[in-house]
Structures are given as C-alpha cells and as structure tokens.
Design a protein around this ligand. Structure first.
Ligand code: SF4
Length: 541
C-alpha cells in the first residue's frame, strides 16, 4: 500500500514537470521565509488556464516579495490529493489555500479536494495546524452559503481590492492561534468569517481603476481551451442591467481599461501569440473599441472577442475580427419573442438581431453561434416557436450571402441567481424544459442547425446551489461521488426539498440566505426591477 502511494506521488510529480515544461511565464519562487499560498481552481488545468481570474490572482500574489503562490487544479476522476503545480508539494505544506470559485457545480470538487488532502472539511474542525482555507470568485460574492461551513473566510468582491489589505494580516497571524487570526481577518472590508457572523452587512469590494491591475494571460500554454490566444481583460461589469444576469449585479459598475494600457499589454502579448483574445462581458461596449481595434490591427494582431452585444455592433470591430481570422461570431438574443426580451430587459428587437446577423455575414463570417435561454418566467410553447422562427430567419440571411454557413444554437435553462432581480423566480420544471428542448431539436436539427444544451438535470443542481443555504453544505459533504443518484440520495437523507430551492417562486419578503451581502444595489431597486419585469407579463410579485 505504501509503495502504491509513493508511486502515485512520483507519477504526479512527473505530470506536473511535464505540464510546466510546456508553459511560458511560470513563476517559480523559493519558499524560504515566504507565505506559501495555494491558488486553488476546483477543476481541470485545461479549463483553469483559460480563466483570466486565475492568471490575475497568480500574478498579483506573486508580485509580493514575501508571498509564494502556486497553482492547484483537480483533474476529472482524480482521487489522489492534488499538489502545488510549481513545487509538487502537498496542500498541507501551504499556509493558505485560496479557492477561486466561479461555477456552482465545482462545489463538489472543493469538497473532494479537502477530503483527499487530509484537511478537516469544516472550518470549526481546523486549527493552526492546518492551512487557512479561504475562497472568492463570482459564486462566493453572490451566495457562498452552501459552502460557508467549509471555509475559514470568504471574500466578497474583487481579489485586487481584498488581498492587498489581507496579506499583511495573514503574514503576521498565520502562526498564531487560529481564532485570533480569524478575528483579525474579520476586520478587513469584504471579508466574511462564517464562525463569527457579525450581523452587519458585508460590503462587496471592487477596484475603481482597472489600469492599476493589468489582467492578461500570465502563463501561456497550449494545453488549455484558449491556448492559441493571449487573453487581455478589457472591461469589468456591465451597465446593461439584464434582469437575470449576475455580471450586471455582482460586478457593477461597468469599468474600462484605458486604450493605452491595453495597447501596452497587447504589445507584450504579441511577443508570444499572434492572436489576442479581448475579454469582458460586452467587449464592444468599450468607449474606444474602434480605435483600439484599428491600432491592434496595425500592430499585426489577429483578434477574437469573448462577447459582443447585438446592439450596438460596430462594423469597424466586425471588420477587425473578420480580417483577424475570426471564423465564428457568437450573439446572444437570449429569447425568441419580443415579449420575453422585454421581460429580461435585453433591450434589443428582432430587427436589431437580423441586422446584426446580416452585418456579421456581410463580413464573410460564415459560422454563427446564437445563445438562447429556455424556461424563462411565463414562457410558453409559442415563445419556443419564436426561437425557431427567429433562428430560421437568421439562417435564411446566412444562406443568401454565404455558402457553407452554419448556425449553432446554445441553449441554457434559466437559473435564478442570487443578487439579481430574478433571484425570487423559479427555474422551470425539468419535464417542461425537456419538452421545449426536444421541440427545438426536432424542428431545427433537420434544417442543419445544431442545437447544443447543458444537461438539464445538472442545471437543476446548479439552481439548488445558486439559491442554497447552509443546509446544502450537509448535502455536499455527504455526496459520496459526483453523480446525480448520489446527489439525490444525499438530498433525501438530509430531507431537503429540491423543489423549494430550484422550482418555487419565493416571496420577496422571504429572508434570503445571502441577505447579509451588500452587493452595492439597494433591495428596493432589485425589487423594483422584478416588478417592472412582472408587469410586462401581467403578473405581480
Ligand atoms: S449585456 Fe450581457 S453581461 Fe451585460 S447585463 Fe446583459 S447579459 Fe449581462
């Protein structure tokens, strides 16, 4: 048995050496006298290395002379303890495990990492002999309650705003009694310590000037989804205020990097990759986007953007993308009918969508990806027919202008997200979603349109965790394997009701589990937006 463990450890070490040998920009530091922090991405290296947040925090933490930060990932099916990528050291050697959590279904991996690493699962069971376990990221900022009992502290807001005041407290207090350290951390704005709830709101922290913290691919590797790109963050937050959207509520206000700062980052990136990926919730909203694209083209960059609004859509930007080799453009009508687009406050009409498609196709781009949601509140079969009709109208524009064009639909069920005006609204029942998805597939696939969708059953799990409270932590802790039967068994044993969390409309007076988080938007505003939405469909909260 001992021999087997040694051999697994040797293999892991060999794997990490191989991964590092294919990277550019890895930061290797001596541990002597430094605070060792493990930056934990609770999913695979392949996914994590395309996550700009990981690059940003890795760079930020390693910019401190007295900190050494290493990355940790969890590969699918891995049941051995993960190790620091740079040194191959076990997690118990680190002073701090800092998780970045951006997806609810990764909660299962958080549990698995702690269990396999021999670190007690609950914060109450850990003392100064174990690493301090902290977390941040979009899910933590919106509603960390299903995970709260596992963490020593939770960061509400942006890492760049919270880590600088937190690091001196950690360096000073990491060797002292754990309860003393937790009490010291409690005083930092944006930090929530589950063992010491204060009863006062924790205010989300964010940085005012993005230029103070450049965010680009720090480590380049081809072993990741977007490995042929150097990624550059262009903006943060989004001012459009779509009512279902977490970005517009948890990352507000919309902030943009200066064109000069972005060009400097682009110049650096072009030494390593000829293709740049501009990243942000609505990249084409950048006030100097046309100038920026022109300059990047002059520098010889090929371009790709993570997301574009359908309106306004700039011909200059589209031209830049087309000349830069973009083969696919993704657009997000979100709903097929005007009625549902008004409900979600998407602020685009069918005419805008068709014009955008014509512009894209006019640039010679033949592949379109269209994002739609199903199961929006009040949706009926007619709304699904509207998705079919709109998609076919887009296809006919494509067919007229481009031979060999292709449309792919990406379908996501509506999931209520904490902190948004739709947080009180229900996810549609699974049988209805299944019926609507199969209706889309049966009508569109014979016409050559690919329809892709996430697993509906797993989306339901996501909805439960998204509106979950601390009772869900028991379910997470007792789910033996990451599978739907294991999840349902654990839910049954703990006697929780999936329907309540995922499929019921909540009264707006219900005391929300995340009510102690001050995202920066008043509850009155969020309720007003909900009521405006419901008025458009003749309902009330
Ligand atoms: S435009 Fe996109 S990112 Fe902005 S609020 Fe709407 S859905 Fe969210």
């Amino acid at each position: 048995m001992r021999g087997c463990k040694d051999s697994m450890a040797r293999n892991r070490f060999k794997d990490t050496r191989q991964i590092l040998s294919r990277e550019q920009g890895t930061i290797i530091k001596d541990w002597g006298g430094r605070l060792p922090v493990a930056l934990m991405y609770p999913n695979s290296y392949y996914l994590g290395m395309s996550n700009l947040g990981i690059h940003a925090i890795y760079r930020l933490l390693n910019s401190y002379g007295d900190v050494v930060c290493e990355r940790v990932f969890l590969e699918k099916g891995q049941n051995t303890p993960p190790v620091g990528l740079e040194s191959g050291r076990p997690l118990t050697d680190f002073a701090v495990l800092a998780f970045s959590i951006t997806y609810e279904l990764d909660y299962f991996n958080v549990i698995s990492i702690l269990k396999t690493s021999g670190i007690p699962l609950y914060t109450a069971e850990r003392d100064e002999r174990y690493p301090l376990v902290i977390a941040g990221g979009a899910c933590i900022t919106a509603n960390p309650m299903p995970l709260a009992p596992f963490f020593d502290c939770l960061c509400i807001g942006e890492a760049e705003a919270i880590l600088p005041p937190m690091l001196p407290v950690l360096s000073e207090g990491i060797g002292s009694k754990r309860q003393e350290l937790l009490k010291a951390l409690l005083k930092i704005p944006g930090v929530y310590v589950p063992q010491y709830p204060t009863g006062t709101p924790v205010v989300r922290q964010w940085i005012g000037n993005l230029d103070d913290f450049p965010v680009t691919s720090t480590v380049l590797t081809h072993d990741t989804e977007l490995g042929n790109l150097c990624l550059i963050e262009v903006e943060r937050g989004c001012g459009w205020g779509c009512r279902f959207c977490l970005v517009s509520n948890a990352f507000r206000p919309a902030r943009y990097r200066s064109a000069d700062g972005l060009l400097t980052e682009a110049e650096n990136g072009l030494h390593h990759r000829k293709r740049l990926g501009l990243v942000g919730p609505a990249v084409t909203d950048h006030p100097q986007i046309e100038e920026l694209v022109k300059r990047l083209k002059q520098m010889g960059a090929e371009l790709s953007v993570s997301s574009m609004r359908i309106k306004p859509l700039s011909p200059v930007v589209l031209d830049g993308l087309a000349r830069g080799g973009a083969r696919t453009i993704a657009l997000a009508p979100e709903a097929g009918s005007e009625r549902l687009r008004r409900l979600i406050a998407k602020r685009i009409t069918e005419d805008d969508i068709l014009k955008a498609v014509a512009m894209v196709v006019g640039q010679g781009i033949k592949q379109l990806k269209l994002y739609f949601m199903i199961g929006l509140p009040s949706e009926n079969d007619d709304d699904i027919e509207e998705i079919v009709r709109l998609t076919l109208a887009c296809k006919s524009i494509l067919d007229k202008q481009a031979r060999g064009g292709r449309i792919t639909l990406s379908i996501s069920p509506f999931v209520p997200k904490a902190g948004t005006p739709f947080q009180w609204l229900p996810m549609a029942p699974l049988p209805i979603l299944e019926h609507r998805l199969s209706s889309l597939k049966s009508q569109l696939q014979p016409k050559g349109i690919q329809v892709k969708a996430e697993s509906l059953a797993w989306t339901e799990v996501q909805a439960v965790l998204s509106r979950g409270d601390t009772r869900l932590s028991e379910v997470l802790a007792s789910t033996e394997t990451v599978s739907l039967p294991a999840w349902r068994r654990a839910i049954r044993e703990i006697k929780l009701d999936i329907d309540f969390y995922a499929h019921q409309q909540w009264d707006t007076n219900y005391n929300l589990p995340w009510a102690w988080i001050d995202l920066g938007t008043s509850t009155e505003h969020v309720k007003r937006e909900l009521n405006r939405a419901l008025t458009t469909i003749g309902a009330s909260s």
